[in-house]
Design a protein around this ligand. Structure first.
Ligand SMILES: Nc1ncnc2c1ncn2[C@@H]1O[C@H](COP(=O)(O)OP(=O)(O)OP(=O)(O)O)[C@@H](O)[C@H]1O
Ligand SMILES: O=C(O)[C@H](O)[C@@H](O)[C@H](O)[C@H](O)CO
Length: 191
């Protein structure tokens, strides 16, 4: 989790690759209206985000039901958003990518080919409620270092860490993210 530009997609994809897990990007599940808003520089409101969060909640539930291990990148800016995602989906670990305004703005300005307007950073930080129960990582670190730290914290078996670290050195250029479509009505089951 973290604001736009904090590195969720980049770190999430690298972490999933290092672990051999699936990667899902919350951005892929925004309805077109949300993308249009952000591309027009209009911040999303709670009402825009809740249906999207519900889709992600269902995605998490379906992957857990299938016994899959995965990394999901999602802004999850407010505590109540995180409740939607995790309340009925136990076992998830929250990782917060934390950085300051100047660094994140700089990264957003340098990033190309993304619909999210850097001007929306102010509203992202306004909406952000920093988590109490998350592993917090400083985004000044390199992506590889962030991944190593996460793996060290969550996977204590030294043998496993060594294997995983070797994998990081040979991290593929890009790991394709997967998008699964949730059939209509999939989420209608009682929570
Ligand atoms: N630790 C890092 N060190 C240097 N550059 C980074 C790091 N993490 C991410 N970046 C770069 O910062 C930019 C923003 O990263 P990324 O797109 O992954 O953020 P995001 O949180 O997924 O953003 P959004 O929510 O808008 O999709 C990218 O150009 C990425 O390459
Ligand atoms: O909650 C939000 O406002 C959104 O999720 C944003 O964080 C975008 O999805 C993301 O930044 C796109 O780049």
């Amino acid at each position: 989790m973290g604001v736009a530009g904090s590195g969720k997609t980049t770190v999430g994809r690298a972490l999933a690759a290092a672990l051999g897990w699936e990667f899902y990007d919350g951005d892929d599940y925004h309805p077109p209206e949300n993308i249009a808003k952000m591309a027009a520089g209009i911040p999303l409101r709670d009402a825009d985000r809740y249906p999207w969060l519900e889709t992600l909640r269902c995605l998490i539930a379906s992957r857990l039901r299938d016994g899959r291990s995965f990394v999901l990148a999602c802004s999850a800016l407010k505590a109540e958003y995180r409740d939607v995602l995790l309340k009925d989906n136990p076992g998830g670990q929250l990782i917060y990518l934390k950085g300051d305004y100047a660094l994140i703005r700089d990264r957003l300005l340098r990033r190309s080919g993304h619909y999210m307007k850097p001007e929306l950073l102010d509203s992202q930080l306004e909406a952000l409620e920093e988590p109490d129960h998350a592993f917090t990582v400083d985004i000044r670190l390199t992506v590889d270092e962030i991944v190593r730290r996460i793996i060290t914290v969550f996977f204590k078996n030294p043998d496993e860490s060594v294997q995983i670290e070797r994998k990081i050195e040979f991290l593929p250029e890009s790991v394709s993210s997967q998008k699964i479509m949730l059939p209509n009505g999939y989420c209608s089951a009682k929570r």
